[in-house]
Write a protein that binds this ligand. Structure first.
Ligand code: SAM
Ligand code: SF4
Length: 345
């Protein structure tokens, strides 16, 4: 619940960030690195060129920028990437933002991870106020897992999920729906997730960045997946929201929740409450558009946070109405050149 969503705003608190379409921006996703230990085929090319370290914001700079956003009314921060847990000393940022949660100025600190390093970090994440995380798992078959991630070890990820649950963190499973890959397996993954008390979300592939594979071959509209699922399960729409774009159903047979993120078949932009910061300090006001604001030079040129905050206001005033992703034979090109690992999923 955002403190500004009621009618009263306590004296001395800043004006909320409202974009030109009347949407309040209260959610910041931060891609803390473009690097990753996996190379998922729909996300990255096999041989990626990563950014030189000097181009990255330091963790202190990221902390400063996140604090400015929190002062401007952001209530939820998600760390993502690339793989957030491979960024050197990432726990520095987690601890700093965890303090904000402790002091009540941030409602939620969360992350999206591939789970490969979770066994190592789960306890520390929990100790620093992380209550929920998303872990991406597209298949429970170890060989297929290696195939889709190119380098990943499913057993490590499963051990990471165990460790997170043991530490008391709520885990939600994310799976990208891929034709000829996991379409048939989604019911089994869902039963497994629900059996372990985890919600699950399925995501449509988005045309972001050049990858080797043909996205038209892989694109599985979730409307199709839902129809298939409805032959086996009773899906009841519900009002559950996590502040993200997923629309949830309750699966009566398992008692668990299944979310659908449908950027392609159902545009969710009208309720968009978020902006995305890359590890180089570029702020994207929309995942599917190229317009952006650079904060790196600004951060390095001034100690005055008021300047940063007015640049945030200026960027929010340019937040576009929405994206228009299309995948078909005529539009078999990325809608935006950057990979998802740059802007953060
Ligand atoms: N490495 C972490 C992970 O995999 O969870 C965090 C970053 S990853 C970019 C975030 C999410 O974006 C993952 O769930 C991933 O499956 C999803 N993703 C990556 N590329 C995508 C694409 N082109 N379309 C849709 N989802 C994508
Ligand atoms: Fe890495 Fe996540 Fe992209 Fe897979 S989806 S390559 S784990 S950033």
């Amino acid at each position: 619940m955002n403190i500004f969503s009621g009618h009263f705003r306590p004296l001395g608190t800043p004006a909320p960030m409202i974009d030109p379409f009347g949407r309040m921006v209260s959610y910041l996703r931060v891609s803390v690195t473009d690097r990753c230990d996996f190379r998922c085929t729909y996300c990255m090319a096999e041989h990626m060129t990563f950014l030189p370290k000097k181009d990255l914001l330091t963790l202190e700079e990221l902390e400063r920028l996140c604090s400015a956003f929190i002062d401007k009314g952001v209530r939820k921060i998600r760390l993502t990437g690339g793989e957030p847990l491979v960024r050197h000393n990432i726990m520095y940022l987690v601890r700093a933002l965890g303090q904000k949660v402790r002091h009540g100025v941030l409602d939620e600190l969360t992350l999206t991870t591939n789970g490969s390093q979770l066994a190592r970090f789960a306890d520390e994440l929990a100790d620093n106020g992380v209550k929920r995380i998303n872990v991406s798992v597209d298949t429970l078959d170890a060989q297929k897992f290696r195939e889709i991630t190119r380098t990943g070890d499913l057993n490590k990820v499963l051990a990471g999920i165990d460790a997170a649950q043991k530490a008391g963190i709520h885990v939600k499973l994310n799976a990208v729906a891929l034709k000829h890959f996991n379409g048939q397996e989604i019911p089994e993954i869902m039963r497994w997730a629900h059996g372990r008390g985890m919600d699950m979300t399925v995501i449509e592939t988005m045309p972001m960045g050049e990858v080797e594979e043909d996205r038209t071959d892989r694109y599985l509209p979730l409307s199709e997946l839902r129809r298939d699922l409805e032959e086996q399960f009773t899906l009841t729409d519900n009002d559950y929201r996590t502040g993200g774009p997923a629309r949830y159903v309750t699966v009566e047979e398992t008692g668990g929740r299944l979310g659908f993120i449908t950027p392609m078949t159902h545009n969710f932009c009208e309720t968009c409450n978020r902006v995305r910061l890359t590890c180089t300090g570029t702020l994207y006001m929309c995942l599917g558009q190229n317009d952006a604001a650079d904060f790196r030079d600004l951060l390095r040129s001034t100690d005055d946070d008021a300047v940063i905050k007015s640049a945030i206001d200026e960027a929010i005033s340019r937040k576009p109405k929405g994206h228009d992703f299309i995948i078909d034979r005529e539009h078999n090109r990325p809608a935006v050149a950057r990979h998802m690992s740059m802007t953060g999923g």
